[in-house]
Design a protein around this ligand. Structure first.
Ligand SMILES: Nc1ncnc2c1ncn2[C@@H]1O[C@H](COP(=O)(O)OP(=O)(O)O)[C@@H](O)[C@H]1O
Ligand SMILES: [Mg+2]
Length: 391
């Protein structure tokens, strides 16, 4: 997993002078599952299109196996793409959809087209049907398949040519939540079984955390952080990443010393170091890392303002000196009760101030934010269009 396969070096993309990708530096290892994650419009698809060869960066270089490939067209790259709209051939059955790429023939070392025998085509198509769990569906027409099955055909068709890399642009966006979770596991299994590199695009942070070896968090045409799912969740680089990945209370703090951060004029032990003495910082505290204790034992004391039962825990909003925190706890604390809280040193994460500081407030507007989270499965483009049509 450590061999570098693709590298983007200082890639910038501008459309009509407007910069949409700004100096992207990224390498992708062989057999890695790497996800580009970020809000709509941050440049994920553009990055994927540069890797696929559908777009040439305005400046910067793309390398494949150490060779600069800026000018190599898509069909000459060892890369294939699965789009959100599957683009299957409706007049062909499952077998012929998957066989399509093989019937075009393959290019040999001298660049000459070689036709595959029917026998070889059959063997490869059957292999792929096995991989995507669609044995027995060969004769079915595309219109007779569910959305999830169509997605499997699209994946089989993209993999049958044995690309080294598969690019997937929000491939599960059209599926409902339950099916999406199943397909996430399926995709992960297929990637492992085929031993190829997946570069996956999504705006869904849960999906990214669940599937990836490496997550690349993007915003406004820039990479904000690259790391394992655990890295970006536990050690977000800035307030944007902390806010985008999971739930978080983001607070102003002052680093008083190595291992000591001050929040609301109280000192808390933490594990962070290497900041200037008295440096203003952003502090992230995850809702599940806060312990509720009796008021007189608390490091901070506050008043419960809302409680929502979530099955596993209660989402409890607590007002500390006018700042509302989200706490996830199995202890039921009624609205208006006074509570204390304790936070272990490893429940506190200190970040450098950035231009995102102060942009993500507290949980005063929690209910609106909650609705936004539960709507995350809706395609933002569709949502925009719907909004635009409304009077
Ligand atoms: N062909 C294009 N011409 C002009 N602007 C484009 C083009 N493709 C993408 N953009 C712009 O680039 C930005 C990033 O787009 P995109 O990479 O599709 O974002 P994402 O996939 O993260 O939603 C957006 O502002 C989009 O409008
Ligand atoms: Mg996109």
């Amino acid at each position: 997993m450590s061999k570098e396969l693709i590298r983007l070096s200082n890639c910038t993309m501008a459309f009509d002078g407007e910069v949409v990708l700004d100096g992207i530096n990224l390498y992708i290892n062989d057999k890695e599952f790497l996800t580009l994650l970020g809000p709509s419009g941050c440049g994920k698809t553009t990055t994927l299109r540069i890797i696929g060869g559908f777009q040439t960066p305005t400046s910067g270089d793309v390398f494949f196996d150490g060779v600069r490939i800026n000018a190599v067209p898509p069909h000459k790259r060892a890369v294939n793409t699965v789009f959100q709209k599957y683009a299957l051939f409706p007049h062909l059955n499952v077998y012929e959809n998957i066989a399509f790429g093989l019937r075009l023939g393959k290019t040999d070392e001298k660049g000459k087209k070689v036709k595959l025998s029917e026998q070889e085509i059959h063997q490869r198509v059957m292999e792929m049907l096995e991989v995507v769990n669609l044995r027995g569906f060969e004769k079915r027409h595309i219109s007779q398949l569910s959305g999830g099955q169509q997605q499997r055909v699209a994946i089989a068709r993209a993999l049958v040519n044995r690309p080294k890399v598969l690019l997937l642009d929000e491939p599960l966006g059209a599926l409902d939540l339950k099916l999406r979770k199943d397909m996430q596991n399926e995709l992960k299994r297929i990637q492992k079984a085929m031993e190829i590199t997946f570069i996956y695009v999504t705006h869904d942070q849960e999906e990214a955390l669940a599937m990836s070896d490496t997550v690349v968090v993007m915003d406004a045409g820039k990479i904000q952080q690259i790391g394992t799912p655990e890295d970006i969740y536990n050690e977000p680089k800035n307030a944007f990443v902390a806010d985008f990945i999971g739930e978080s209370n983001i607070l102003d703090g002052i680093m008083r010393d190595d291992g000591v951060v001050e929040i609301f004029n109280r000192k808390f032990k933490c594990l962070d170091s290497g900041f200037e003495k008295d440096e203003p910082v952003d502090v992230v505290i995850r809702p599940e890392d806060v312990d509720i204790v009796p008021e007189n034992e608390g490091q901070l004391k506050g008043t419960v303002t809302s409680v929502t039962f979530k099955g596993v825990h209660y989402d409890t909003i607590v007002d500390f000196y006018g700042f509302k925190w989200l706490i996830q706890t199995t202890d039921f604390c009624p609205v208006d009760s006074r509570i204390g809280i304790k936070i272990d040193p490893d429940g506190i994460h200190v970040m450098k101030k950035s231009h995102y500081s102060g942009m993500f407030g507290d949980y005063s507007s929690y209910s609106e934010e909650y609705e936004e989270i539960s709507d995350a499965s809706i395609d933002p483009e569709e949502e925009e269009q719907e909004g635009g049509n409304e009077e």
